[in-house]
Ligand binder design. Structure first.
Ligand code: PFF
Length: 442
């Protein structure tokens, strides 16, 4: 068997893990989930879920992935011979398949906006109507989604990943700086404080089981946990690296970028008299409006959408990576064709999601659009379930001696983490899940 690739440096791994985590989850999904779920309560629950549940699972994925040193199915078979845990790998493949099928739709929207920013066509009176006219045009959404998937496949199959990760070393900080500038502009608009209150002063009437599950799903989605993506990345990690610090860094960065996205969007939402509950179009409605209030706004907007596209691609490649690496199980020579075959299949499965804002907008599944259904299947069901299994695996299948040897943190931290993944995390996921089901059936 060929020697498996390894990250050439710790920074390579951290960049890839952070690149996978930071993407549409923090920048697009977080603001719209906050907007449709009552603001601050969701923000608070999201932070708690990230720190208390997402972070321990992220670390669990790092531990299992590095210990296994192979694709997820092979690793789990090796670590728990003769047991069914390896099914978790196939579940991760299925969930990331569906995730990418609708993620690529939004990736396509970004391409559409980038093209419009370049051709100076974003100076419109009604941004909400404009957004709807774009996403309901079947030809445009499908073409954009296809281009986005094409880019993702091309990066995964051509081995230029290293270059992408190195580029994210300056692209991500630049995106961060842009966010700060935008937040300042947004916060200095007339009436902006209403948005800050919306983000930080809790309205407890929104505290429900559904909000809690949504916040948990958001924490998982934006950390890329529960689908074995991080396990896959950690399997390429050399033994000497410290895992704890990387997991903490990725989690903090993710919370900071999410909050910053909130501080960009909500002050402007209220100052410009828009609805916070706009839904998936929220950032596409608000961002062009903010840029129009900045000198040379259009130039900045082009750069911004390029940076956003970049952040989105570093996430989408990790989703395709799980599918490809599990699908081919180490036969390197077939990697190229596998990337294309799976990538095209994912595109095809994503077509109904892409069309669910136009041609298929009348089709409802469980009271929501096809796009919502794909999101529900993954964020509300697949990822929490995957996270639960990962937590139990790290807690009970791997012995304390084994996990301690991988973690190499302070003994108290090792023990705390073991306690969390054994009892607190599984119990929390199960309770949140059951509360949601009870609410659904009420
Ligand atoms: N964390 C990514 C984002 O926030 O955009 C989405 C994601 C990537 C989820 C990879 C799951 C995954 F495996």
């Amino acid at each position: 068997m060929k020697q498996r690739d390894q990250w050439t440096s710790k920074i390579g791994f951290v960049l890839a893990a952070a690149g996978s985590a930071i993407g549409l989850g923090a920048i697009w999904k977080f603001p719209y989930m906050v907007g449709t779920n009552g603001g601050s309560v969701f923000v608070l629950l999201f932070i708690i879920c990230t720190v208390a549940i997402g972070l321990p699972i992220l670390l669990a994925e790092f531990v299992i992935g590095r210990k296994g040193q192979a694709d997820v199915v092979t690793s789990l078979k090796k670590l728990a011979p003769g047991r069914l845990w390896y099914m978790l790998g196939w579940m991760g493949l299925a969930v990331s398949f569906i995730l990418l099928s609708f993620y690529s739709v939004v990736g396509g929207w970004i391409l559409s906006y980038l093209a419009r920013a370049i051709t100076l066509r974003l100076d419109v009176a009604d941004h909400s109507e404009y957004f709807n006219s774009i996403i309901s045009n079947p030809l445009e959404v499908l073409l954009a989604q296809a281009v986005f998937m094409g880019l993702t496949i091309w990066i995964v199959q051509s081995g230029i990943r290293g270059g992408i990760e190195r580029a994210s070393r300056w692209m991500m900080p630049l995106l961060f700086i842009f966010f700060i500038i935008l937040a300042i502009r947004s916060l200095t608009l007339d009436g902006a404080m209403e948005g800050v209150r919306f983000l930080f002063v809790p309205d407890w009437s929104y505290f429900t089981g559904t909000t809690l599950l949504l916040a948990l799903g958001q924490a998982f989605f934006s950390l890329s946990v529960g689908v074995t993506a991080m396990m896959t990345y950690a399997s390429y990690l050399p033994k000497e690296e410290q895992l704890g610090q990387s997991a903490v860094n990725v989690s903090i960065l993710n919370i900071v970028i999410s909050l910053l996205a909130g501080l960009v969007i909500f002050p402007a939402v209220f100052a410009l008299g828009q609805s916070p509950a706009e839904g998936p179009g929220l950032i596409f409605v608000i961002l062009p409006a903010i840029f129009s209030q900045i000198p040379f706004g259009n130039v900045f907007m082009i750069v911004f959408f390029i940076l956003m596209l970049f952040a989105t691609l570093t996430s989408s490649i990790s989703m395709l990576e799980i599918v490809v690496s599990t699908g081919i199980r180490q036969r390197h020579e077939r990697r190229k064709s596998a990337a294309w075959v799976f990538g095209i299949l994912i595109f095809i499965v994503g077509i109904p999601s892409a069309l669910s804002f136009g041609a298929l907008s009348d089709v409802q599944i469980f009271g929501g659009s096809i796009f919502d259904f794909a999101d529900t299947l993954t964020s509300k069901i697949g990822m929490p379930l995957g996270a639960l299994c990962i937590s139990l695996f790290a807690g009970f299948v791997l012995t304390k001696a084994q996990t301690d040897a991988e973690l190499r943190m302070h003994p108290i931290m090792n023990a705390l983490w073991k306690f969390l993944v054994r009892f607190v995390v599984p119990a929390a996921i199960i309770v949140i899940f059951i509360t949601w089901i009870i609410e659904l059936s009420a």
